[in-house]
Design a protein around this ligand. Structure first.
Ligand code: UDX
Length: 434
């Protein structure tokens, strides 16, 4: 099967590489010449486990190529997957500019019947419009259909999530489109759920927003735990035994970040408003999350009268472990507050430090090891749950820090052990500051 993939971000590149891995003939299209050169040389533009290895393997085998030449790629494709971004606009709606550009390019270049498959997360009803837009702009007498095939990969585990997805959702409006998509996904040997196009679009938002809601709920309960003297870790563990609740996404912390949850909660809320409906649960999840992002900082402000000239160790910058992505990262909310208040920040992150440096080149000292950040520090903040951070022994905080005062936004350490080591330890939902 000849497949073209538009966009080589997380969604497009990972999908393209995985299609090649199962034997399809794939061309990944991007407008950025430099990025294309990089990918041809076997370098992934994103940090993602296993991705480079599969890029190199499939490029060598001739199953995948990277190009800016969309005309040739679209002309001959059996299916064209759209994986370009739909970033959030100031009003919370999704920016459809990139999807529209690709749709136009497809309409102007396809020379045979083909299926256009939208992987990007788009507001419900968008794919009807994309199909109409392509039909209206076609320059040749060919049949083009649009299908929805939302992506559920999480950053850091993107390849695994794609090759071993819990299910593949295909949203189509014709038997032919459904059959073609089933054929494309056949070599993955995964359960396929076939629905209509609008349901497929909604499934993506419903899943992401449910998970975001689950996290905000746990953060809300964690905050209440602090007030009433309960421990959120114990509460969450007990909840997880109930398989109606499930054992994942129960971790309270510094709020959800990343490229999906913040954007998709706002987009669904906006979509509801457009239809005269108020999605109260999701609005609450957004509100709780906004406040949660600075919960740790506010806690520290209760304990300290100033950050001026204090050496502050910041452990973790990425929005979660396993990625160099900073989009909506809690660190980006807290570090400016610390800097404004005169903190002397020493930051550690095993992969996201370079990206952070682009935004804050001089105001922060970046170090290669957590120990260097902790040395002589007077306060420590933990924003990301990297193993390198999780594995720091309580004794290390005690020995290295000038005053062992730790604010942990990811609940990584044992409260009793930290306290018995002589560390003043504050986490989320496990005791507050009176
Ligand atoms: C998410 C979805 O999981 C994925 O299916 C979708 O396709 C894209 O959005 P991603 O944003 O990569 O993936 O990361 P995820 O692991 O879901 O975490 C999102 C945010 O929630 C992170 O900031 C993470 O730290 C936070 N989180 C997650 C919690 O605070 N607590 C949890 O228990 C789980």
């Amino acid at each position: 099967m000849k497949i073209a993939v538009a966009g080589t971000g997380y969604v497009g590149l990972v999908a393209g590489v995985c299609f090649a891995e199962v034997g399809h003939n794939v061309t990944c299209i991007d407008i950025d010449e430099e990025k294309v050169k990089l990918m041809k040389s076997g370098v992934s533009p994103i940090y993602e486990e296993d991705l480079e290895e599969l890029m190199v393997k499939n490029y060598k085998a001739g199953r995948i190529d990277y190009s800016t030449d969309y005309k040739t790629a679209y002309k001959n494709a059996d299916a064209i997957f759209i994986g370009v971004g739909t970033p959030e606009l100031p009003d919370g709606s999704a920016n459809m500019e990139y999807v529209a550009t690709v749709a136009r390019q497809i309409a102007e270049n396809v020379e045979k019947d083909c299926l256009v498959v939208v992987k990007s997360t788009v507001p419900v009803g968008t794919n009807d419009k994309v199909e109409q837009f392509i039909k209206d702009s076609l320059v040749r007498d060919v049949k083009v259909e649009v299908a929805s095939n939302p992506e559920f990969l999480a950053q850091g585990t993107a390849v695994r999530d794609t090759l071993h997805a819990a299910r593949i959702i295909i949203g189509t409006e014709s038997k032919e489109a459904e059959e073609l998509l089933r054929k494309i996904y056949e070599p993955f040997h995964l359960p396929i759920v076939s629905v209509n196009r609008r349901s497929a679009e909604m499934i993506k938002y419903a899943c992401n927003d449910f998970l975001a809601l689950k996290i905000s709920y746990m953060n809300d309960i964690a905050n209440l735990c602090e007030l009433v003297g309960a421990d959120i870790q114990a509460v969450a563990e007990a909840m997880s035994y109930d398989d109606r609740i499930g054992n994942r996404f129960l971790n309270a912390g510094v709020g959800f970040g990343g490229s999906c949850f913040p954007k998709d909660t706002k987009a669904l809320s906006y979509l509801a408003e457009q239809h005269g409906y108020e999605l109260k649960t999701i609005k609450a999840a957004i509100e709780v999350n906004k406040k949660q992002k600075t919960a740790l900082y506010r806690k520290a402000c209760k304990r300290l009268i100033t950050f001026k000239d204090l050496k502050v160790a910041v452990l973790g910058l990425a929005f979660k472990a396993g990625t160099d992505d900073l989009r909506e990262a809690p660190s980006l909310e807290n570090i400016p507050l610390l800097l404004e208040n005169g903190a002397d920040i020493y930051a550690y992150d095993p992969v996201a430090a370079d990206n952070f440096k682009k935004r804050y080149p001089d105001q922060i000292t970046y170090v290669d090891k957590p120990e260097e950040a902790l040395k002589d520090a007077q306060v420590c903040f933990v924003f990301t749950e990297w193993n390198e951070i999780k594995n720091i022994a309580p004794g290390t905080f005690k020995e290295l820090m000038r005053t062992p005062l730790v604010f942990d936004g990811r609940n990584l350490y044992d409260v009793k052990e930290m306290k018995s080591t002589g560390i003043e330890y504050y986490a989320i939902g496990r005791g507050g500051i009176c």
